[in-house]
Design a protein around this ligand. Structure first.
Ligand code: FES
Ligand SMILES: [Fe+2]
Length: 378
């Protein structure tokens, strides 16, 4: 798992008038909406004696710890220590980590890392959001799998034939083969387009108007950062579905998925449920597969699996992960596990670059390996 990316923490709908405890990257956070209406995200562990802030109250634009009433603002600064009486001098070291928040597309994103604003990898670009003629659905589910397994499944063109009866022919197509993958590069990821022979939509009666016949579809897919995937399905020259699978590693074994599906066909709201049901049907087939992969976490080296050309994008994803590890963004989960129940860690927030002296230790990160550094240096 990697710090320094934007992760979806909740839907806007979920974040109402109560604090919300959300786990990401194996750590607890509390999200709350202040009286200014803005979503806020801070580390859940109170710097006094470890209270869980999510069990407390929202007070104006602050969150109040349920244990002894300390109050923290959206910057993580402590404003009130009731046991000290009125107007005490509050030491700056009481500060908790607070994270940049961006609420968009019906989701509340938090930037879990310490990079300054100009260096942060952006949230995946949903170009269709403001465009006329497009509409959206958002659905969420969790998977008992490592998020990298789920991302790799999203960018794997060869599983459709076997896993999804909506997309493939279960190996009954004698001519089946993954054709040319036309690669598409972007700053924070890679993807590809390919032509894809798929069944008609007649099984899904409501959606059948646009695709009555089996045949070639243009499909593009790729990853963006560590945990976002885009999949563009062009049902015809003009009827498109652009899906964004935006994931949050809850911990190494559990993943929260936010599926934002943009479409410029069947735009009437009466089709929303149909689209959601179809996506859920397809997602459940993927979930069954990824929850049973072995080992749970992808092997550290590619020689422990036998890759073929259709795995090209997966190899590129793994290369990107290595690059981000070389930047020092990968959490050392073994070191965290060794301290379990003994040490509360915090994902370092941007303020740690300016302020020294924090109560909680920053989470251990993997040191870039000298061997990989040599490779990068050529
Ligand atoms: S533990 Fe939070 S106020 Fe004491
Ligand atoms: Fe799938």
């Amino acid at each position: 798992m990697y710090i320094n990316f934007w992760y979806p923490m909740a839907t806007s709908e979920e974040l109402a008038d109560k604090p919300l405890k959300v786990k990401a990257l194996g750590q607890d956070f509390v999200l709350f909406r202040g009286e200014d209406g803005l979503a806020k995200c801070v580390s859940n562990t109170c710097t006094h004696r470890g209270g869980s802030l999510a069990g407390g109250k929202i007070n104006g634009n602050c969150i109040q710890c349920p244990y002894h009433g300390w109050e923290f603002d959206a910057e993580g600064r402590c404003h009130r220590i009731p046991s000290l009486g009125p107007n005490p001098k509050i030491p700056s070291r009481t500060r908790i980590d607070a994270y940049p928040v961006d609420e968009r597309h019906g989701m509340v994103f938090a930037f879990l890392g310490d990079l300054p604003e100009e260096e942060r990898p952006p949230i995946i670009d949903v170009k269709e959001w403001e465009q006329e003629g497009w509409t959206s659905t958002l659905q969420t589910y969790t998977i008992k799998c490592n998020y990298e397994r789920s991302i790799e499944n999203g960018i794997d063109p060869a599983h459709n034939e076997f896993v999804h009866d909506t997309h493939g022919f279960q190996g009954e197509d004698e001519e089946y083969k993954i054709g040319e993958m036309r690669l598409e590069d972007s700053t924070w990821g890679q993807g590809f387009w390919h032509t894809f022979n798929a069944p008609s939509l007649t099984k899904e009666s409501e959606l059948a108007e646009v695709r009555k016949d089996a045949g070639d579809l243009e499909v593009g897919t790729g990853y963006h950062g560590a945990s976002h995937v885009w999949t563009y399905i062009h049902l015809s020259a003009t009827d498109w579905m652009h899906q964004y699978l935006i994931e949050r590693p809850i911990d190494e074994h559990n993943t929260a998925v936010y599926l934002l599906c943009m479409r410029n066909c069947y735009t009437d709201a009466k089709f929303d449920q149909n689209v959601i049901d179809r996506n859920q049907y397809v997602a459940e087939q993927d979930v069954t597969i990824v929850e049973s992969l072995h080992p749970v976490i992808t092997p550290d080296t590619n020689t422990k699996e036998f890759m073929v050309p259709s795995d090209k994008c997966i190899l590129l994803y793994r290369e990107s992960l290595k690059e981000w590890e070389q930047k020092g963004w990968k959490i050392d989960t073994d070191a965290v596990a060794a301290q379990e129940n003994k040490t509360a860690f915090a994902i370092p927030s941007p303020a740690r670059r300016e302020q020294k002296g924090w109560v909680l230790d920053a989470i251990p990160l993997k040191k870039p390996s000298a061997e990989a550094e040599d490779l990068a240096a050529g």
